[in-house]
Design a protein around this ligand. Structure first.
Ligand SMILES: Cc1cc2nc3c(=O)[nH]c(=O)nc-3n(C[C@H](O)[C@H](O)[C@H](O)COP(=O)(O)O)c2cc1C
Length: 362
């Protein structure tokens, strides 16, 4: 039976277990998108802690695609040089280094969470944001200006994702994850709530999924055939009171993305609109969504589950019961970088990947 510590092989890449560090923004660059010591220590220590896969935070493919001025980026050779050591260190600890490639769309240009996550106007160091429609996110405060993307903007976004993926591959990342969740740019195209276009990128389902499919194909084209591509989606907008993105749409999309070259759908939810109504946010709250995508798709696409997974038995049960192929653990990894090693001990795994330097502690 497959369990949490059964290695996960996708194409030519094998993760030593099915625990991944979920992507988590650190907002720790000096307004230049360049990785710092913080990124090395943060991601490196979770690799030391035994996770099978370590996913970087949302890494912006262009400056205007950052959520905050302090986000990590990968839009130039200098950015690649700054991040190279992180991928290398994670890999040397035996974990698979993954990069989450992102564009924040109309949710770009905000302050950091601990500064209030407020929209930043141009005077406050913010910038014009890009979106499928020229409707800003409904902030309490004043939103920065938002521009409806024209066809040149769309081509540039696709090129930016492809170029960032090329750089990520060059510096040693083994998984590219396209961020199409949480109300950021690609999700804004998917959902009828935020996509009011009347061209080939708006309107019917086929048109709304066009951009994410094109981005995934561009990334797959430059990515190594031997290495996996993941896509993070919001399985539902949690807006049942209006025409919105639903889990049935996600199941349909997952099969299309698999045809486009995606290997795994990382199933999250929400983040599009402040009116969202989530029935409960306790343990495993998004697992039924991942399970539905895993078990209702017609293709062999894999899934990961995320959301309030905090215990070893809980994570193990998700895999053993075929609810997901991989378990992403976010906040518990902030509290405990050694979550994977601890889980292994609790589950009675013998050959845990304890670094030699730490063996006497185990
Ligand atoms: C500090 C923080 C930063 C986050 N940044 C990202 C991000 O960059 N990309 C992303 O897809 N999700 C991000 N998330 C969401 C997490 O990856 C995860 O999906 C969510 O926290 C639920 O999982 P958990 O309950 O294990 O934390 C972030 C969450 C936290 C707490």
């Amino acid at each position: 039976m497959t369990d949490l510590f059964t290695p996960l092989r996708i194409r030519g890449v094998e993760a030593r277990n099915r625990i991944a560090v979920s992507p988590m923004c650190q907002y720790s660059c000096d307004r230049d998108g360049l990785a710092k010591d913080w990124h090395l220590v943060h991601l490196g220590s979770r690799a030391v802690g035994g996770a099978g896969t370590v996913v970087s935070e949302a890494t912006a493919v262009s400056p205007e695609g950052r959520i905050s001025p302090n986000d990590l980026g990968l839009w130039s050779a200098d950015h690649a040089d700054a991040l190279r050591g992180v991928a290398d260190f994670v890999s040397r600890q035996g974990a698979v280094p993954a990069v989450q490639l992102a564009h924040a769309g109309r949710k770009a240009s905000t302050s950091r969470p601990w500064e209030g996550r407020d929209p930043l106007s141009l005077d406050e160091g913010g910038w014009e944001t890009l979106a499928p429609s020229d409707v800003p996110y409904p902030y309490d405060g004043e939103a920065p200006p938002v521009r409806r993307m024209d066809s040149d903007d769309i081509e540039k976004v696709k090129d930016d994702f492809a170029s960032a993926a090329e750089r990520a591959l060059d510096i040693g990342f083994e998984v590219a994850e396209v961020h199409a969740a949480h109300g950021y740019l690609l999700h804004e195209f998917l959902s009828p709530v935020t996509n009011g276009r009347d061209d080939e990128y708006g309107g019917c389902f086929r048109n709304r999924v066009r951009l994410v499919r094109e981005v995934v194909r561009e990334v797959r084209d430059v990515w190594d055939d031997d290495k996996p591509v993941f896509v993070r989606v919001s399985a539902t907008d949690w807006l049942p009171d209006r025409d919105s993105w639903t889990v049935d749409d996600t199941v349909r999309l997952a099969d299309l993305l698999h045809d486009d070259g995606a290997d795994l759908i990382d199933v999250s939810s929400g983040g599009l609109h402040p009116d969202q109504s989530i029935p409960h946010t306790g343990a495993n709250y998004q697992v039924p969504l991942a399970e539905r995508v895993r078990n209702r798709t017609e293709t062999e696409v894999l899934t990961s589950a995320v959301g309030c997974v905090v215990e070893s038995n809980q994570a193990d049960g998700i895999v053993r019961n075929n609810r997901a192929d991989l378990v992403m653990v976010g906040r518990e990894h902030l509290r405990n970088p050694y979550f994977a090693l601890d889980a292994g001990r609790e589950l009675g795994i013998d050959d845990l990947p304890v670094p030699s330097q730490y063996l006497r502690g185990f």
